[in-house]
Structure formats: C-alpha cells, structure tokens
Design a binder for this molecule. Sequence first.
Ligand code: GLN
Length: 488
Amino acid sequence: MPELYHQTIAQLSAALEAGSLTSVALMQAVIERTEAVEPQVKAFIHRDAEDALQQAHASDERRASGNSLGPLDGIPIGIKDILAVKGQPLRCASKMLDNFVSPYDATVIAQLKAAGAVLWGRLNMDEFAMGSSTENSAYMATANPWDLDRIPGGSSGGSAAAIAAGQAIATIGTDTGGSIRQPAALCGVVGMKPTYGLVSRYGLVAFASSLDQAGPMTRTVEDAALLLQTMLGKDPLDSTSIAMPKVPDFRAELKHRKGPWKLGVPREFFGDGIDPEVKANIEAAIEWYRAQGSEIVDISLPHAHLSVPVYYIVATAEASSNLARFDGVRYGHRSVAVEDALSLFTQSRGEGFGDEVKRRIILGTYVLSSGYYDAYYLRAQKVRTLIRRDFENAFETVDAILSPTSPTPAFKRGERSNDPLAMYLSDIYTIAVNLAGLPALSLPSGFTSNGLPIGLQVIGKAFGEADLFAVAQAYEQAHNFHLVTAEL
Ligand code: GLN
C-alpha cells in the first residue's frame, strides 16, 4: 500500500468506513507530509492545520455515532484560491485581494461541507486564473513535484502539484481554457472539467463567466467521479447552472460502461508544435483503445485552429467586465497615494493587479470598445459557434474524442514568462472544449524519457460525463500510471 497521503479517496474512505483509519490520523499524515515538502513545492497560499484537524475530528465523531455523510466524509481536499470558503482568505493569488476574507461559502464549498470533506488550505494559482504555469501568482511560483525546476502548469498549478506531492488527497480547480486539465497533465494527475452549467459558479471569482467551470482534480478517475457527484446541480444562485433530468451515479456507472467505443481523433491536434514524445505517447494510447476493440475514427475540427485567438477575445472581454468591480472602493486593495476619485481607481488597480491581468483588461476593453466590437468581439462569437458546431458534427459519429492535453510536457520556470503568445499556446488542445461548453478530462498516460508526466485528454458530449469517466478509466486500469509517484 502506498503511504496514506498517496492513497485515493476510494481507498481511504473504505478504511475510514472499516474503522481501520481515522480522519484525524489521515489529516495528521497529510499535514506532516505537507510540512516536509512544502518548502520545495510551494503549493499553498494559506493553510490552517488546526482548523483542518478540527474538521477531521468532527468527521470522526460523525462516523463513530453512525452518521457518516458518505465517501467524502473525513477526506482532506485542497481548494484553489479562487473559490470562496467562509472565514478563509480569498486572494485569487492577487495583491488586489491580499487582505480579503470570504464572508460566505461558494455553492461547491457548501456541497463539499455537506458531504463531510475536510477543507484543507488555499492552493496557489495564476493571478485570477490567468496563465498556464502558476508563475503569474503574486505570491510565489509553485514547482512541479516531478522536476522542481519546472512549472506545474496552470492556472490550477497548486491544485495539481499538491496531489502529486501528497499534500492533499484531492483538490478542486477551475478551468476557463484548460486550467484544470493542463496542470493535471503536467503533474501526472486526473483533472476533470465538467459540462458548462453542470457545476454552480456561485462563489467562484469570475474570470470569463461563459467559460469558467470548477471541477475535481484527483489521483484516479473513480475519485473524480466521486467528487463530481457532490458538486453538481441546479443552483438558484447561478442562473447558468443546469438541472440534469436525472443525475447518474457516476461511480456506479463505471461498472456498467465497459466499451468498446467509437473514439474520434482530430487530425488537427497532431500537427505543428506538438512535442514528438507527447505525440508518440498519445498515438500509442489511441492504438491501445483500438487493440481493445474500440473503433478509431479520424475526425476533423476545421475551426479548432481559431480557438486560441477566439478565446483571447472572448475571455479578455469578459474579464475586463468582471474585474471592473475591483476598484479600491467596494473591496480589494485601496491605494493610499490618491488625490481624487479617478486616481483612487487608477492607483488602486495599478498597484493591485499584476502584468498579465492588466494585459487582459486592456485587450478586453479594446475588443469591446465601440468601433472594434463588431470587428473583434462579435466576429469571435460567430467563430465560437462554428467551433461548437465542429464538435456537434463529430459527436454524431463518435462517443468521445481523444487528444493530447498539452502540446509539451512541463517546461522550465521562466521559459515562457516573457513571451505571452508562447504561454497562450500551452492550451491549444484544451481551449476549444471550453468554447463549446463540453466536458473533458485529462489522465496520466505515461512519461517522457526524462521522467515528466504526459496527459491524455478525453472529450465527451455535453452532459456525457458518465461515458467520459468510463472511457478514461479503461485506460487507467490497464496502465496504472497513477501508482507511480514523484520522488521528493
Ligand atoms: N491558460 C489559459 C489562460 O491563461 C486558461 C486559464 C484558465 O483555464 N483559467 O487564460
């Protein structure tokens, strides 16, 4: 058996249920591990061991009195610093929110609490979720546990690194253009972005509201299924959340959906810019599915190559509007060096936001301004529709789509930080999924010759999470890459 801190939710909850483990003992092990490796990994912006132990103790008491809240009861789960947890700091890794403490729980957090999860720490990220390397955090850069000189991916880099390093059993990330899947791929864990609307965005600090979704980051597909089960549902506090007519029991469904499947491979995702080792690895994964009896269908997503430019118009436009609320008056950083109302706004925003956030606010304001709106924003929205239709066409013939998650394995810290366009291309295979609102998951598919994790992306139909999990788990159970752990 691996160390407690490297086990899965499924394993640990079985032990908790059987009485061979207490949540307090588990939390102790995770805290000790965190203290040992955190100086190298730097996954946490904030953590409160005493509070986590109290939650664990409460869980043990529930269990002892026969009132367990289910499989998540007593499991330590780390939270990306963008989801509101009542009474805890909520900084979005920004100086803008340095002293902000959340007065309420996000709906996702309320759901996790109702399931008995032990909320453990605030995980580092790119400021306001803008980035692909976690280097845009105003606090520190998180390291990739597989190679400490490399980035963990982003923006949910802390959430991915914490699992890979054994500092949390599972975590919650958010994904606007790839921020759950890309760091999951680069850190060798599972990361799942649900169908847009499946999970409430209430209490998730908005970056681009038409794209943002919170989702599970875990060691295994089964754990992701377990975690997602508690996070979904129609929420009166988020008008874009959707009630599924009947929510399947994702974990139970895994037993019934065994394939074979019809799996699409978009030829556009294997062209220029992909690392040869990543390409070979994903091609081998596709061949494995074929050998198992699945039919591999060559598909085309003819507008996918426009997804990065479209995303950087749509996402920045929405960000410029969403981030207008940080004005130094209502909340957030307030400059002291002010002379009048205007300088209060400009100074506070100038001091509070980092470079990448400013770049996006400027770009987003530009594409929304009169005279440019039609040329950029409106046109991008039209291409977004074409991208969505490409997927709809493909899903008329296939059950799921396979692709790489990231074109390259984890890169060195600093390598792309002065080249925003190179950084933006990190999400070339993940962004179209957000524009189309579809669910997708990244799972470990092996390693490069120098030991860096590679991720396979599985894209599903809207609300096709149950099939998505099944397709991914088939590969996972045959390869067991999740059992290989980073040496720290
Ligand atoms: N890397 C992309 C960006 O910088 C996606 C980020 C995200 O999904 N939050 O916008």
